[in-house]
Design a protein around this ligand. Structure first.
Ligand code: GLU
Length: 438
């Protein structure tokens, strides 16, 4: 069975970049009728917060990306201890004592000499006495001893990859303070949960090389890996610093629609065009990871707006009843109101503006040269209630009285009634207008 996971650290809110990872893993699992696990990578007790874990789930639920189960790395420390012991027993795990400053110095020296900044394994030369002496001063951290051979895999997006183990530093799997690091925890989880496919950002490519060796050392099955490109801004600029402002909850607050966001994120960076899909099932049916390219993917939040307004325009009144009720739109005019409004709003939230106009009237917009004309029109305005014919009857009478026609007849009346130059069909809007303020 296909089993995938989305593995955010609950140290912040999900942003559009995380969403891409979540969505790919979700779609792979659902397309194969497999399992999708939400894994919280919370081994860092200082930075991980329940508040963020809750927010992650809330955001995924909002998008409809449902998971089959949740796993927390903080519940599995015992398992990571066993794995660490296994690696120690097979001579693949060694204790090191360099301080961050010492390591930094080593790296700088290597770079100055034109060498790759790979950890030099000097800790392997320490005798037991050396280590005991060092242990008295500070606690050691633990590195996995990589095999210095080619690490190869066929990446679902990047194609055939080969990384030479000798070009990579032996990864630290346990910190000096005893904290298990993501690399080991992730490998244990991927093995234990039977993960078959891992999609993550291309910033994880080197991790993948080291993780493949750790999985093999622990006797696990290596999943299929795919590394998607990272997002850039519309001009190709790095997005990493701006991702904080592209949190899913901010997009939600702006009224952007889940299906608009999902439709966009499921296709950008692929050879398939972005199409507004009506449901996740439709999106899943058209998903094919091999259509994605390795080049950085441009993302512009503005692109979500036209998709959102098209999606909103396609909604039925039943789809928006809850929101319209919350805006105090009475049930007996709700269907008519939605019919008039949906083509004229960028987001559902904007319906509130139109309801305010209908129920309270607008600030009239009357140009000086139209003052007299609007006065005459007002005197000809039929008494309420207004119907679908009112606009026609009224403008007919105004035309007769003033001799105006076309735009010079209709536009000043629209502006006087709605305070705007654009908007819904006036004959449909008039029956909903409860007040005029001119
Ligand atoms: N917690 C890791 C991250 O957010 C997970 C990476 C992975 O998918 O293995 O980068």
């Amino acid at each position: 069975m296909t089993v995938t996971r989305f593995a955010p650290s609950p140290t912040g809110y999900l942003h559009v970049g995380n969403l891409r990872t979540a969505l790919f893993n979700y779609m792979i699992a659902r397309k194969q009728g497999g399992e999708f696990i939400l894994r919280l990578d919370d081994t860092d007790p200082e930075r991980s917060k329940q508040e963020y874990a809750d927010a992650i789930m809330e955001d995924l639920e909002w998008l409809g990306l449902t998971w089959d189960r949740v796993e927390k790395q903080s519940d599995r420390i015992g398992r990571y201890e066993d794995a660490a012991q296994k690696l120690r027993d097979m001579g693949r795990f060694y204790e090191c004592f360099e301080t961050p400053v010492e390591l930094d110095l080593k790296r700088k020296k290597q770079l100055n000499m034109g060498k790759p900044p790979v950890y030099d394994r000097s800790a392997l030369k320490l005798s037991e006495d050396d280590k005991n002496a060092l242990r008295a001063e500070r606690s050691g951290h633990w590195r996995f001893k990589l095999d210095w051979s080619a690490i190869e895999w066929t990446d679902g997006i990047l194609g055939d990859r080969s990384i030479d183990g000798s070009n990579v530093s032996d990864p630290v799997l346990i910190r000096g303070d005893g904290q298990f690091l993501y690399t080991l925890a992730s490998v244990c989880d991927d093995i234990d949960f039977g993960i078959t496919n891992v999609v993550r950002g291309s910033d994880h490519v080197t991790n993948t090389a080291t993780q493949i060796q750790i999985i093999q050392a622990l006797g696990g099955t290596v999943p299929e890996f795919a590394h998607h490109s990272l997002l850039t801004g519309p001009q190709g600029e790095a997005l990493s610093k701006r991702l904080g402002t592209l949190a899913l909850r901010d997009l939600r607050a702006q009224g952007l629609e889940p299906m608009a966001i999902l439709s966009h994120m499921a296709r950008i960076g692929s050879s398939q065009p972005v199409e507004l899909c009506g449901s996740l099932d439709e999106l899943i049916a058209g998903f094919d990871i091999s259509t994605f390219g390795a080049a950085p993917t441009k993302f512009d939040v503005e692109d979500l707006k036209p998709l959102t307004s098209r999606y909103v325009a396609s909604l039925s009144v039943e789809d928006v009843t809850d929101q319209l009720t919350a805006m105090d739109v009475p049930a007996d005019v709700m269907a008519e109101f939605w019919d008039v409004t949906r083509e004229n709003i960028a987001t559902r939230l904007e319906a509130a503006k139109w309801w305010a106009l209908c129920s309270e009237g607008a600030d009239p917009m009357i140009d000086d040269e139209d003052k007299e004309f609007v006065e005459t029109a007002k005197s000809l305005l039929p008494a309420q209630p207004w119907t679908g014919d009112t606009w026609k009857t009224w403008t007919g009478a105004v035309k007769e009285a003033t001799g105006r026609k076309g735009k010079s007849l209709f536009m000043p009346l629209r502006k006087a009634l709605t305070g705007m130059e654009h908007g819904p069909d006036m004959s449909k809007l008039m029956p909903l207008l409860q007040r005029v303020n001119f």
